[in-house]
Design a protein around this ligand. Structure first.
Ligand code: DAH
Length: 349
């Protein structure tokens, strides 16, 4: 009886020590030395247990001996591991942390939808030989208005519509990227094939459909014998690349001071759902860009002889195009940088 009474609590103790050693975490050399003193030194727990082993009744010696050897090996291995962990400067690993669990996925950013659409439009025109050109956002009256045949009393020249630069009535934030046409024609000889993406500014109240800053892409093609049919074909190619191979377009007569004749291009959207009715105002058609044959006055202003050369130009709003492509109902979303909105374009890129 005495033997059993003594033996069971001893076995339990062995198990407790085993757990204690397994879970041990150290932070310094001192911790390691304390561990050695506590378990492995001459007066430590393990040698003491070996002494106690002598008094274990014979019939329990086998089980106790095996467990004690396991504990001793565990303590020695643990000591070596901790020691080499400290030497290599590596932190010892908390056994409660499962290193095989996959980490949280790293969040990768995405392009802004306005940027994605701009890149797509640019690449469609690059494929048919258009180059990319840029101009300044703070522009003079000549490049933004006069060279583009805007009459002096045109409403766009009014403070109500345009942001002028204080102290210099000749300078304004450009109201459209058509100003880049003028700069290109002044500096290059035909043939010219170029597109100009960029930011433009208008003195507008901010709403779901209008903003004081937005983006446009301008296109320009000047050469000998360029016709309205060339323009239509180029724009049809663009519409089919951008909106899909079955896309239908139509050109409606319009007016811009810098083109003659001028037109607006619509793409056929469809009239199946209630949303189609709303978006297309019941017509099934959506206006996507303005275009026309470059007015001879504009060619002359830029030093190009209208008797020799002709060409076409077009311009479209990037936000508007992105709204159509991704069915975004409020223009302001493009400027607020709400991550919940932007995250939705991850798959689109
Ligand atoms: N500049 C015009 C706008 O801001 C867009 C435009 C229309 C550009 C016709 C053109 C064009 O080049 O030919 O609304």
């Amino acid at each position: 009886m005495r033997g059993l009474f003594y033996f069971w609590p001893m076995l339990k103790k062995l198990e407790e020590y085993e757990k204690q050693i397994q879970e041990l975490v150290i932070a310094s050399k001192e911790d390691l030395e304390n561990f050695r003193l506590q378990f492995l030194s001459k007066k430590g727990i393990i040698p003491k247990l070996f002494t106690a082993f002598r008094d274990v009744p014979n019939e329990q010696k086998k089980e106790f001996g095996q467990k004690l050897n396991v504990l001793k090996n565990l303590a020695e291995t643990k000591f070596k591991d901790l020691q080499s962990g400290l030497k290599s400067g590596g932190a010892t690993v908390d056994p409660n942390i499962d290193l095989t669990v996959p980490p949280f996925p790293t969040e990768i950013g995405t392009r802004h939808p306005v940027n994605m659409v701009r890149r797509e439009i640019v690449s469609i025109f690059e494929r048919i030989g258009f180059s990319v050109s840029e101009g300044p956002e703070i522009e003079d009256d000549w490049h933004n208005f006069s060279a583009l045949n805007f009459p002096p009393e045109h409403p766009a020249r009014d403070m109500q519509d345009t942001f002028f630069v204080a102290k210099d009535p000749d300078m304004a934030l450009r109201t459209h990227t058509s100003s880049v046409q003028v700069r290109v024609m002044e500096n290059q000889k035909p043939p010219i094939r170029t597109i100009s993406p960029g930011r433009v500014f208008r003195n507008e109240a901010i709403s779901a459909r209008a903003h004081c800053i937005f983006h446009q892409v301008e296109g320009l093609y000047i050469d000998k014998n360029v016709s309205f049919a060339d323009m239509k074909d180029t724009l049809l190619y663009f519409a089919r690349e951008f909106y899909g191979p079955e896309t239908k377009i139509r050109l409606r007569p319009s007016y811009f001071p810098f083109t003659e004749p001028s037109a607006e291009m619509d793409v056929y959207w469809g009239l199946e759902t209630e949303a189609d009715y709303r978006i297309t105002k019941g017509t099934g058609w959506l206006e996507v860009l303005g275009c026309g044959m470059v007015d001879p006055n504009v060619l002359k202003s830029c030093g190009i002889d209208p008797e020799v050369y002709s060409g076409f130009a077009f311009g479209m709003g990037i936000e508007r195009t992105a709204m159509l492509k991704y069915q975004v109902k409020d223009l302001r979303l493009f400027f607020e940088n709400d991550k919940r909105f932007l995250d939705q374009f991850k798959s689109a890129y």
